[in-house]
Structures are given as structure tokens and as C-alpha cells.
Design a protein around this ligand. Sequence first.
Ligand code: ZN
Ligand code: ZN
Length: 233
Amino acid sequence: MQIPKDGCLICQSELVYQSTTEVLKCSFCEQDFDSNVKCINSHYICDSCHSLDAQQIIEKTCNNSKTTNPIELAFSLMNHPSVKMHGPEHHFLVPAVLITTYYNKIGKPQLKAEKLEIAKKRANKILGGFCGFYGNCGAGVGCGIFISTILEATPLSENEWKLANLISAESLRNIALKGGPRCCKRNTFTALETAIEFLKEHLGVSLDSGKVICGYFERNRECKHEDCEYFPE
Ligand SMILES: [Zn+2]
Ligand SMILES: [Zn+2]
């Protein structure tokens, strides 16, 4: 039913089927449901969330999330089967988790829906393979979309224009210095780490963060393993 037979989407552990139902909170939309299946760590994913495409699950989860930790939110989205190992869905994922955690942190979650909608439309314009073909990794550009959206920058703005371009520049630089081949997980983690520092320095907003340990390398044929700082020790 809701969760794939090969285990929990969140923690990959075994599923438990019970003869009676209980009220469980969906790990993506955080709504309560009656269910008779959960994983051994009590994770549950509702039918609706399970069947959404990448963009829909990112938008829905972000709208309902209360977290102020963008890395943690990115991890839970990356665990959804519609979010592939690599792909342009990461171009929306980056600004979406930043918009979400920023507005949660400053106590204005009611502004998220409108901003997520704007970011989604802009991120859709960044083509797949933008990193290698245009020299503009979509995760890095996603940081620019984030700042532009929250500060309502336009081509005529002054300081907002500066900050939107500056965060893309810093993020792209940090992504570039790690070298190819592209990894949408590594680039996303680096973009988010850059954005967390940038927000602290330029806007005085401290989001939660922590050490990133990648759990996706087995799905990545081009993984750099020990040469990637996120590879588990
Ligand atoms: Zn689980
Ligand atoms: Zn759900």
C-alpha cells in the first residue's frame, strides 16, 4: 500500500503491518491518518504524498513543514521516490527548503505558499544539465532565486540585486571548487551550506544546520567516494 515493499522511504528500515489501525503522522505533509502500516521507527507516508511527482511533493512538504533546518528538510525530500539521484527537481528543491526554513525561522510561515509558487516558476526555467552546459549549476542559481524571492529583488533593485547575485556567485564558486562530475546531492548540500552562512552574515538570520553525511552514494555511478567531503567515513 502506501510505502514500497522494499522498506521505509525515510529510514529504509523494515515495515510493520498491524491488524488494527492507529493514528500516524505522515512524514511529508505532517497530517494525521489512520493506518495499519508503519516502519519499525514509526515513519508513515500517506497515499497522497506517496503518489506525487517531485515538484508537488517538494511544494506540499515545504508548505506544511515547521522545521528551521534546511539540510534536514532536503534529506527528507531526497528520500521521496520521485526525487531522483540527479535531476532538475533539485533546482526547485534548493530555493524551496531555504524559503521554508527562513520563513519558519522568522515566524512568518503564512508567506511561504506565495513565495514557493514564485520560486517554482523561476526554477522551472533552469534546464537539466545547466551546470555543465552553461557553467551555472542549478543548485547555485537556486540560492539566487531564494534571495531574490524573499527580498523581492528586480533588475532595478540596488542592495537586493547585489545580494541575489552575490549568493549565486559564492554558491557556484564553492560548488565549482569541488570539481566534477556533477552530483545533484553534493551540489545541493554545498549550496545549502553556503546559503546558511550567507543568511547569517548578510541578513542576521541563523538557520539550523549540522554535519552533512551523504546517504545517496550507492545510487550515484559517478560518486567520488573518499574525494567527496560528504562521503561517510
Ligand atoms: Zn522509517
Ligand atoms: Zn502526506
